[in-house]
Write a protein of this length. Structure first.
Ligand code: PNW
Length: 504
């Protein structure tokens, strides 16, 4: 890092805030250093301010909060089927009612307003709009989201709808789901239709949420060892495909992304912005030397070869094609062009690093460092703690692909929250988690990585997929028997972060 006049290396690190743990980092390829005086950035006297206009928000998804699964003509989704399959969800929970947000959305908008939240990322349930995935739109489904968006706008909250947060219409699953190329086309038709209807009210759309989660975890699942025990993570539709079939499903998912971008461009108001929200696998350099940083970049590019890399480069990497061999996806050059349709921003859901790496002479150029048995984790079994990912993920995305706008579309953790006798939910671990992740994001912003915003996952406790209601990710506590919402201490933390536009 080039030092500015009057700053010692240590002095600069201090000024840049708690996240500046890596003062020895090499200059960031492709990012020009902006002289401190020219930055739109820090509020005077506050070393941890985010750039002016930074977008602070909270996030949810339709299936996790709405309930009302049979109301107003909504069709069934693969998650309805999956949650009603015995032994799939912890405690046999289902999301038939969930947070009853379908009926309580006005209260939930008010909850956000009281927290000072000005931006809201929510998802639109495909089977509310097209109950069978394709065909005639359902006016009542559309009307729900129109009312929600209008309530948000009235409260001064900018809507950021996500078009696919995993609730595929069951009717499309019955015809092959993501194993069928037709699903990519159906998604684009739905995305274009919704953006056409709502781009008068919403300026930004996220297309697809977390490719790895719904494709790999839904069509293969993953095994991991936690505290010496084997744990299996699986999502709807709960398939275990062959390698060839899984790779083809991945290909259809990125094709859906590209086709949906084209459909949105064709039908939405001029100036409407869109892009995916992906949980890329992030490699963190275990020790910040230029060699290890390069190794982490290479590892990040290869780990995401089937998703972000092909979307942003328009090619499957040589290593991906070599590794998949005869099981490689079948594709055409034309499809690669569609997959790489230019997007306006990249959303990143960041919970943890995928791995730490150091440089290696081996062919791949990096050596993965396994997480030590004593490595700390948050409550979810998969949730190893590594706030550095919040710096390295956007930095790698920017240096690898020169992305102009990056949003952190999800960040948060589950905790063992309890309401105390005096009615407080004192979630010190979640506050620790948020502060450290924001500090690392602040480091990225300070170094010129174009991070435009941060959405906390989640506004409120909700249906956490296979973990059912046992895993609470909210800033607001929800009593699922009474539907009572109680802001946790972390909600106050987040309110202060927003009010100060800074790490607090
Ligand atoms: C994301 N993992 O899912 C989703 O986008 C949210 O809907 C979800 O509630 C949130 O994160 C918390 O889990 C993930 O196994 C699911 O590493 C699984 C993993 C990560 C994120």
């Amino acid at each position: 890092m080039r030092m500015r006049k009057g700053f010692t290396r240590r002095g600069f690190a201090k000024a840049a805030g708690a996240a500046a743990v890596g003062a020895t980092a090499a200059p960031l390829a492709g990012i020009a250093e902006t002289p401190a005086g020219d930055r739109p950035n820090p509020a005077p006297g506050n070393a941890t301010s985010f750039p002016q206009g930074f977008t602070w928000g909270v996030a949810t998804s339709a299936f996790q909060i709405e309930g009302a699964v049979k109301e107003d003509g909504r069709g069934a989704s693969i998650w309805d089927t999956y949650t009603h399959t015995p032994r799939k969800i912890r405690n046999g929970d289902n999301a038939d009612v969930a947070n009853d947000h379908y009926h309580r959305y006005r209260d939930d908008v008010k909850l956000m307003r009281d927290m000072g939240v000005r931006n809201y990322r929510f998802s639109i349930a495909w089977p509310r709009i097209f109950p069978d995935g394709i065909g005639q739109p359902n006016a009542k489904g559309l009307d729900f989201y129109r009312r929600l968006i209008d309530a948000l706008l009235e409260a001064g909250i900018e809507p950021f709808p996500t078009l696919y947060h995993w609730d595929l219409p069951q009717a499309l699953q019955d015809k092959g789901g993501w194993q069928s190329r037709d699903t990519a086309k159906a998604f684009a038709d739905y995305a274009g239709y919704v953006a056409g209807r709502f781009s008068d009210r919403a300026r930004n759309f996220f297309t697809v949420n977390e490719f790895y989660s719904f494709v790999d975890l839904g069509h293969r699942g993953a095994e991991m060892t936690v505290d010496g025990k084997k744990v299996r993570i699986e999502f709807a539709p709960g398939l275990k495909l062959s390698n060839a079939a899984l790779n083809q499903a991945r290909h259809h998912a990125v094709l859906a992304q590209g086709l949906s971008v084209q459909a949105i461009r064709a039908s939405a108001k001029a100036g409407t912005k869109c892009g995916p929200a992906d949980n890329l696998s992030t490699a963190v350099p275990a020790i910040e030397t230029p060699e290890n940083i390069r190794a982490a970049e290479i590892a990040t590019r290869e780990m995401n070869a089937g998703y972000l890399t092909v979307m942003l480069e328009g090619k499957y990497t040589d290593a991906y094609l070599a590794n998949t061999g005869k099981d490689a996806p079948k594709f055409t050059d034309d499809e690669l062009k569609i997959i790489a349709s230019p997007v306006d921003f990249i959303g990143l859901n960041i919970y943890r690093p995928a791995l730490y790496v150091v440089a290696s002479e081996q062919a791949r150029g990096f050596r993965p460092i396994p997480f030590n048995k004593s490595h700390p984790r948050m409550l979810s079994l998969w949730h190893v703690l590594g706030p550095e990912a919040m710096y390295w993920a956007p930095r790698h995305v920017q240096s690898l692909w020169k992305t102009r706008e990056i949003y952190i579309t999800e960040s948060g953790c589950a905790a063992n929250d309890e309401i105390s006798a005096s009615g407080n939910v004192d979630d010190s671990d979640r506050i620790m988690y948020l502060r450290n992740h924001l500090a690392h994001l602040h480091r990225a912003a300070t170094e010129g990585v174009p991070v435009k915003g941060y959405f906390a996952w989640s506004l409120m406790d909700n249906f956490e997929w296979s973990d059912g209601f046992t895993s609470r990710f909210g800033l607001v506590h929800v009593d699922f028997k009474t539907q009572k919402r109680t802001p946790k201490l972390s909600a106050e933390y987040f309110r202060q972060a927003i009010a100060n536009n800074a790490v607090v």
